[in-house]
Design a binder for this molecule. Structure first.
Ligand code: UDP
Length: 194
């Protein structure tokens, strides 16, 4: 069930349902998926930039991250059930991975923020396996980064490369990966780093 707002097809569900009945199933079944944290900036960029639009269209789930999206949906007489915050989804993925002893790759941010985010994850989620990490200032098509993520076998890949790079990177390389829940997390990684 989706609602089209600003040319993006947002999932229309509760956060709890999306996490427990959708994302956890992807992880249990090792089924790849691509999550876009949807907001007005993404919509505007998608309107202006064809490759970016195609990248966002290739996503399995666009989550309604901002309150503005819900207000727009209501105004357009297509009310949505609930806001699904990107930060909360990222936290839930880490908590679930900790519980199930799954692995996560941290891709993006500066070297310092990336290190701090991984250190925070190790502290807060002691049973989470760190599949690997890499800062976010590399060439988009650098095959060595793609290969490193692929061979890490990560169950979850958090991608913080800012807009538009994170969605473009996931979409361009998605076919290369055998598994993984891929999510563009942007500045949420900075918040995790503290
Ligand atoms: N980032 C990155 N590589 C880039 C651009 C940004 O790793 O080429 C990181 C940045 O360091 C930050 C995160 O992506 O940790 C989100 O960046 P920003 O808030 O600037 O992007 P926005 O979410 O506003 O698009």
């Amino acid at each position: 069930d989706t609602v089209r707002i600003m040319n993006l097809d947002f999932i229309n569900t509760t956060q709890e349902n999306f996490l427990n009945n959708v994302l956890h199933k992807h992880l249990q079944n090792e089924e790849k998926c691509f999550i876009v944290t949807g907001n007005p900036e993404i919509s505007i960029r998608a309107r202006e930039d064809r490759e970016y639009r195609d990248a966002v269209k290739a996503a399995d789930y666009v989550i309604p991250d901002g309150a503005g999206i819900l207000i727009a949906a209501k105004y357009m007489k297509q009310p949505m059930q609930e806001r699904v915050a990107g930060y909360d989804v990222m936290r839930d993925l880490l908590a679930y991975a900790n519980e199930q002893r799954l692995s996560c790759y941290f891709l993006g941010a500066t070297e310092e923020v990336n290190r701090k985010a991984v250190a925070a994850a190790e502290r807060e989620y002691p049973d989470l396996h760190i599949a690997g990490r890499h800062h976010g200032f590399f060439d988009m098509d650098d095959p060595s980064v793609v290969e490193e993520v692929r061979t890490s076998g990560a169950d979850i890949v958090l991608v913080a490369l800012g807009l538009p790079r994170q969605e473009l990177w996931i979409a361009r390389h998605f076919d290369t990966f055998d598994k993984g829940v891929f999510m563009g997390v942007g500045g949420s990684i900075d918040v995790l780093a503290g």
